[in-house]
Design a protein around this ligand. Structure first.
Ligand SMILES: [Zn+2]
Length: 181
């Protein structure tokens, strides 16, 4: 039923889906259950040829472990990894780059830690695999226009002008959408 809905409505991605590990759902059976549902979404995406948008709060390495079993176009949506940026997070970003995943940069969280990862990603991920998004931290009103502020902050890390960064990010998003529909 879901696959028919996706096809009939020109839906270009499955997600966001993924793993959300916090202190409230850190227990074994909840994690197993999340992984089972995550895999169902990934199976579906593979079956119908759609990309996936992956959420990996506190579960970056586990999400990458699961994704390794699939051949999919993957967008890693924030937040991911641990803060401050650890060696492990750097390694996971590198692995994701090697696998050809896209990274979507979100507005900063209230601790500013998300911003730290954003700068790192904008520096270390190839420009043609960067995206921006307006999904934001809880308890904060976020509007789509916030992506302009993100671009303003990361263009220096991308080593391009703000206008050039906008062009690159727009082109990346459009190419991905065209590929899917
Ligand atoms: Zn999310």
């Amino acid at each position: 039923m879901i696959s028919r809905f996706v096809r009939d409505n020109h839906i270009s991605a499955i997600g966001e889906t993924g793993l959300h590990y916090t202190q409230y759902n850190a227990y074994g059976h909840v994690r197993e259950w999340q992984e089972e549902l995550f895999r169902k979404h990934l199976d579906l995406a593979e079956d119908i040829g759609r990309m996936v948008i992956v959420h990996s709060l506190g579960s970056f390495s586990q999400a990458l472990r699961v994704l390794k079993d699939y051949k999919l176009t993957v967008i890693l949506h924030y937040p991911l990894g641990s803060y401050p940026v650890s060696k492990k997070t750097r390694r996971l970003i590198k692995t994701s780059v090697e696998r050809g995943y896209y990274f979507s940069i979100a507005p900063k969280d209230r601790f500013g830690s998300l911003e730290e990862v954003s700068h790192l990603v904008a520096r270390e991920v190839p420009k043609n695999r960067l995206l921006v998004e307006s999904d934001g931290p809880r308890r904060k009103k976020i509007e789509p226009a916030v992506v302009v502020k993100i671009v303003d902050k990361i263009c220096h890390d991308m080593k391009v002008s703000e206008d050039e960064a906008k062009k690159i990010l727009y082109t990346n998003a459009m190419k991905l959408l065209e590929k899917q529909i």
